[in-house]
Design a protein around this ligand. Structure first.
Ligand code: AGP
Length: 372
């Protein structure tokens, strides 16, 4: 009913709007007054966490994209090798697992059969499984050794939005916690990132306030057949997520690429007026990547692409090559997905509406996939 949707036309719009609160709720009670993480829920002892020599993340769909981003954070802050695998592929290749492997299963619903079967397989091999889940008491957390709940509140729309952002927050918390417990050389950076995370809800709010031009742009693209998404580093999984949202909601051909791969094939797809969304990393921090992406934007634009550029406020280098510029607040590199994904959700939702599609219940899809 309209009341359930809180005055919004669709649950998806409501859930997009709830993201600042969802993100704040996921952090709530998990950072103490001294700025340290208190993840008592991770009932795996500090001694066991110090023994972990490999992290394996298993998930499907949007949760898999959260896992891809988590890999950058986990490897950077903990120096533990991290693999991310589609749950549906995982157990069928006889993966190498032992008691020193920490498996993280990410699932909004906690009922995804592919993820459940993968975690059962991991536990059979003696690995510890930590679930990151949004649904209290669901099967995946019940069958795991520990669970970190993402407190996003119920997500009704089939297309995942607020669950994704809170999965990212939970993954960062796990990565930072592992770093804290194991004591890495990133101690100061970890403290700073914990402070930055506390600000992120407000940054997501600011992004939401500036989405009208993104909606207007989406409406002009309603008759297109294809949209491409490019990113690098954590912007690459963001590109994959932007493409997935567009597939499931707008039923358009959408693909995400690592921008560095363009020259190895995908650049052949570029033709006159093809919309290409590019997620630009911060010019601070990993500036080499930033400059490489700016060259990519120049290259595709020279070949006729219509460039839709998502870039940090104050990044002026992209201005000459952006047909459309979407601004996001400056954040630390690893946290950028929390703000960069939001315009892509709004973009897909508006395109679905413009094309007359059912936003909350896309064709052929179910909210939780309880068959393998
Ligand atoms: C996302 O928009 C999807 N509808 C889908 O990819 C989803 O993320 C996937 O099925 C995993 O679901 P889960 O998080 O409930 O396990």
């Amino acid at each position: 009913s309209a009341a359930e949707k809180g005055g919004y036309d669709y649950f998806m719009l409501k859930e997009i709007a709830e993201q600042p609160k969802a993100v704040a709720d996921t952090l709530l009670g998990r950072i103490d007054d001294s700025g340290s993480l208190t993840l008592d829920e991770v009932r795996i002892s500090a001694a066991e966490l110090r023994e972990v020599d490999k992290v394996v993340i298993i998930a499907c769909g949007t949760a898999f994209h959260a896992g891809l981003i988590a890999k950058y954070a986990i490897e950077h802050w903990t120096r533990i090798p991290c693999e991310v695998e589609l749950a549906s592929e995982f157990r069928y290749r006889d993966p190498i697992l032992d008691p020193r492997t920490l498996v993280i299963a990410i699932s909004q619903s906690g009922e995804t059969m592919d993820t459940l079967m993968a975690l059962r397989h991991a536990r059979e091999q003696g690995s510890k499984v930590l679930a990151i889940c949004n649904t209290n008491g669901s099967t995946i957390p019940r069958e795991s050794d520990a669970v970190l709940y993402t407190h996003a509140g119920p997500e009704v729309a089939v297309a995942s939005t607020k669950a994704f952002l809170t999965q990212l927050v939970a993954c960062y918390l796990v990565a930072l916690y592992l770093g804290q417990v194991r004591g890495t050389k990133w101690g100061d950076e970890i403290d700073a990132v914990i402070r930055d995370l506390s600000q992120i809800s407000g940054e997501v709010e600011r992004v939401l306030e500036t989405m009208e031009p993104v909606r207007a742009l989406a409406r002009t693209l309603a008759s297109k057949n294809t949209v491409l998404f490019l990113g690098r580093h954590v912007g690459y999984p963001v590109a994959l997520e932007g493409a997935l949202k567009l597939k499931e909601l707008a039923y358009m051909h959408a693909e995400g690429f690592a921008a560095g791969e363009l020259k190895h094939g995908p650049i052949a797809l570029i033709e006159e007026d093809l919309p290409v969304v590019v997620v630009v990393p911060s010019p601070r921090g990993r500036s080499v990547l930033h400059d490489k992406i700016v060259s990519n934007i120049q290259e595709i634009r020279a070949r006729g692409a219509r460039t839709i550029v998502i870039a940090e406020e104050g990044d002026e280098t992209v201005v000459p090559y952006a047909d459309h510029l979407i601004r996001i607040p400056a954040t630390p590199t690893l946290l950028q997905p929390l703000v960069a994904t939001v315009p892509l959700q709004v973009f897909a939702c508006e395109l679905a509406t413009a094309r007359g599609n059912e936003v909350d219940q896309p064709r052929n899809l179910a909210k939780s996939v309880t068959v393998e």
